[in-house]
Design a protein around this ligand. Sequence first.
Ligand code: NAG
Ligand code: NAG
Length: 983
Amino acid sequence: MANNHHHHPSSATPPPISAAFRMATWMYQSKSWVYSSVLVLCLCFSLLHVGAQNGITDPVEVSALREIKKSLIDPNKNLSNWNQGDPCTANWTGVLCFNSTLNDGYLHVRELQLLNMNLSGALSPQLGRLSNMEILDFMWNDLTGSIPKEIGNITSLKLLLLNGNKLSGSLPEELGNLSNLDRIQIDENRISGPIPKSFANLDKVKHFHMNNNSISGQIPSELSKLPELVHFLLDNNNLSGYLPPEFSELPSLLILQVDNNHFDGTTIPETYGNMSKLLKLSLRNCGLQGPIPDLSRIPKLGYLDLKSNQLNGTIPPDKLSDEIKTIDLSNNNLTGSIPSSFSELPQLQKLSVANNSLNGSVSSNIWTDRTLNSTESLKLDFQNNRLTDITGSTNIPQNVTVSLRGNPVCDSDNTSLVQFCRPENEDENNGTVLTNSTTNCPTALCPYPYEISETSPVNCFCAIPLIVDYRLKSPGFSDFVPYKSEFEGYLSSGLVLHQYQLEIVTFAWEKGPRLRMTLKLFPVYVENSTHTFNTSEVRRITNLFTGWNIPDSELFGPYELIKFTLLGPYANVFSSSKGESGIGKGALVGAIVGGIAGATALSAIVSLLILRMRMKRNYQATVKRRQMSKAFLKIDGVKDFSYSEMASATNDFDSSAQVGQGGYGKVYRGILADGKVVAIKRAQEGSLQGEKEFLTEIELLSRLHHRNLVSLIGFCDEEGEQMLVYEFMSNGTLRDHLSAKSKEPLSFSLRVRIALGSAKGILYLHTEANPPIFHRDIKATNILLDSKFTAKVADFGLSRLAPVPEIEGNVPAHVSTVVKGTPGYLDPEYFLTHKLTDKSDVYSLGVVFLELLTGMHPITHGKNLVREVNSAFQSGTIFSVIDERMGSYPSDCVEKFLSLALKCCHDDPDSRPSMAEVVRQLENLWLMMPESNTKLTEEVITAKAGKEVSPPSSSSEVKNPYLSLDISGSNLDSGVIPTIVPR
Ligand SMILES: *[C@@H]1O[C@H](CO)[C@@H](O)[C@H](O)[C@H]1NC(C)=O
Ligand SMILES: *[C@@H]1O[C@H](CO)[C@@H](O)[C@H](O)[C@H]1NC(C)=O
C-alpha cells in the first residue's frame, strides 16, 4: 500500500512577505482607508511569521551539499544555482526541505531529487551528513564510483533511489542500518559482490529492486525475516547457490523475480507452494533442475515463468489459481501429458510449454471453454513436443492462437490440422502501439506546447500536458490491451485525477518483460479556464510520482519513473528564483496565456469554420462581379499574362508539369514563349480573391526585390482564374533536400547558409517592405533553393500587411486576424491570441532551423519536433537528434545554431530574438565556419563592406541590386513604383 508521506517542501509555500505586499498593493489601489490600519497589523504579523518560518539551512548540510556538488559533473548546469544563497530558502534545484525548523532552530534537507539530469561523477560520502533526509533520488544519471557507506548514517531515509546509473563496487554493509527504509532501488547499475546479511535488518523495507547488476553469491536466507518485503527483484545478476526455502516464510511477499541467475543444479524449494500472498514467480533461465512444485495452493498466483531451466518430471496436475494469466514452462525437460486443469483457467492469456518432451493429446477444451471478449486474447504454444493428437473441436475462435508445430500431430495428412502447424508469426506483439484518435481533431491543431486531449469530454481541447515516461517493472499479465482501461482507472485515481485526464500515448513491451509507456496528463477541462495545471497541481502530481505515493497495484506491479518532463510553463515550477511567490515567470506567462486560451482556443476553431463558409460566399460573389466588369489594370515591372499563354506554357496544365501543391493551389513548371522557365501558381477554389484584392497584392509583390525572396515575374487574371508567375527554382524546396530520400544530403555549412539566407529574406519583409509584411506561413516547403542553393523565401504573396501607424506614431502592437498557417510551425501565442507579430515569423523560422538541424518533420506520429529537441536539450543528449547525414561539423557551431533555434521557438514571444538578431547571430556563426572563407560568401562579404553589390554569379536571376540588411531605409530605391490604373 501507499507509504503516505506528506510533501510540503518549503519551495511550495509562497513567502508570506510577497503575499502581504500584493495585498498592500491591492488595498492601496482600492483606496480603502478602512483597511489601512489592518494593513499595518498584517505586515507586522507577516514579518513575524517570516522570521519564524524561514530560518536558514543547517550549516553542516550546506557544506555537505557543496561537497556533493563538487564530486558531480553537471554538463547541463542543472545545479548552477547551488552556489547562491541558502539551499532551503533560495530553492536550490532538487533540494526540498522541511517547511519549518526542527528543534535545533535550522531548516533541514528532506529530499534530494536529481532525477534524469545527465549528472556524472561520483556520490560524495558527505551525503551521510544530510541526516534528516527521507528521499535520496539520483535515478537515471551517469554516476560512477561506488555507493558511499556513509549513506547508512541517514537513518531517517525512506527512499534510496539510485537506479539507472553506472555505480560499481559492492553493496555497503552499512546500508543495513537504514531501519526506516521503505524502498531500495539500485537496479540497472554495475554493482558486484554479495548481498550483505545486514540487509536482514531493513525492518521496514517493502521494495527491494536490484535487478540488472552483477551481484553474486548466495541470497542470504536471513532476508526471509523481512516482515514487510513485498517486491524482491534481483533478475539479471550473477547470483549463485540456491533459492532459500525460507523465503516461503516472508509474510508479505508478492513478487519474487530472479530470472537470469545461476542457481545451477538446484531445485525450486517445495516450500514455495506454501506462499500465501504470492502473485508472481519468475525464475526464468536460472539453471534450475528437478520437478515443478505444486503451486496450486497459492490463492492469487497470477504469473508463473519458469522458462529455460532444466526442470524435469511431469507438470503438477492440480489446478492453479483462477487469477493465473501467464504460464510459461517452455524450454525445459518436462515429460508426461498436458494437465486437463489448464482448461479451467478463466483469465489465462498465455500458456507456453514449447520445447519440452510432453506426449499424449491436446484437448481443445483449453481454447473452446474460454469466452473471450473483443479485447482479450489467448496464446497457446505447444511447439516442439511429442504430442500426437488433438481431441475435440478443431475450430479456433477469434483472438486465440494455437501452435503445435514440431509435434508428431503435424505429420498427419489431416487438412483441418494445418492451421495448428503453420510457422509462428514473427511479430511478437511487442511493437509500440499508438492510441487511436477518438476525436475528429487534427492532432496538429494545437501549437506546441499545447496538445490535443484525445480523451477530454469536449472535442478539440488544447491544453498543456505533463508528460511522463513510465515503465511497469514486473507486470502481472502478458497482454496489456484487456487491462488498458483498468490501468487508466487505477493510475488516474492514484493521482486523484479524472480518468479522462490521463492518456496513454504509446506503450511497448521491453525485455524483462517490462511495459514501457508514455503518458500525458491533461488539466481538467473547465470553460474559460487556463488549460494548464497550476503550479501546486504540478507539484502535487510530481510528488506523487517521485515520492512513490501512488498505491501499488497487484495486477500492474511496481512502476519506474523514467522521466518527468516539465516543459513550457511548467519548466520553472521547481526553481522559483525567477519570480516572486515561488512561481516561475514561465508559469505566470503560461497561466495568462492559458487564460486567454480558454476563451480563444475553441473560438479559433469556430473562426476557421466561419472563414471557410465566408470564402465560399466570397468566391461566388467574385465570379459574379467578374462577369459584370473586367477591370483594366496595369502594373509596372510584372507582366500580365493571358490564360492561353499560361496554358501553352504548361501543356494545358498537364499533370506532368505539376511540381507542387500548396494551400493556395497547384504549382506548375512552365516554359514561356521566350524559353524562360517559370513556376506558375494557380489558385484553386477557396483561394480566389476579389479582383481588387488580387491586384493590390500583385502591386505589393511587384515592389519586393531581395536576393532571398522569390521574384514575381507576372500574373494572370482571366477566365475566372488567378495565377502568379515566379522565377523557377531548379533545386526545389528545402524540405525535399531534408527528407530521407534525398540523395545528396546538405552539408552543415550549406544548412547554415540556407538559414542565414532565409532569415535575411524575412527580415527584409519585416523591415524594408513598405508597408512591412509578416509572412505568416514560413515552412520548409516555402523555402526554395536556386541552382546555387541560395535560399529564397516563397509564398509571401499570401501575407497580411503588418500594422500600419493609425495616428501619428501610434503603431498597434499587433494585427488581429484569423489564425492561418501550417500546423507544426504555428506560434502558440498567435494561435491563442490571434495577435500576429514579427515574433510569429521568428517562431516558424525557428522550427525550420530545427528541421535543418535534425532533418525531421515538425510533426511526426504525433511527436512535436520542438518538444523532442527541447527535451533532448534538457537531458543533454542533443547529438542524438542531430541529422547524421550532414557529415562532419564543428560541434560548437551546431550547439550555437541549436540554441538559437530553440530561442526562436520559445513559448514567450518576448523571449524570442528579433529577426535582426537572428540574422546577426547566424552571420557570426557563418564566420566561425571554415567555409566562410570560400567563394560562397558573397552575403557576408557584402554585409561587411556595407555596400550594395550585385553578385555577378546570379545577376541574371536578381533583378535588383543585393540589399545589405545592415543598412536600413535605402532599399526600395529600385525605382519602379508600380501604378494601378483603374479603368
Ligand atoms: C537487464 O538485463 C538483461 C540482460 O542483460 C537485458 O536484456 C535487459 O534489457 C536489461 N533490462 C534493463 C531494464 O536494463
Ligand atoms: C506448508 O505449510 C503447512 C502448514 O503450515 C505445513 O504443514 C507444511 O509442512 C508446509 N509445506 C511445506 C512443503 O513446507
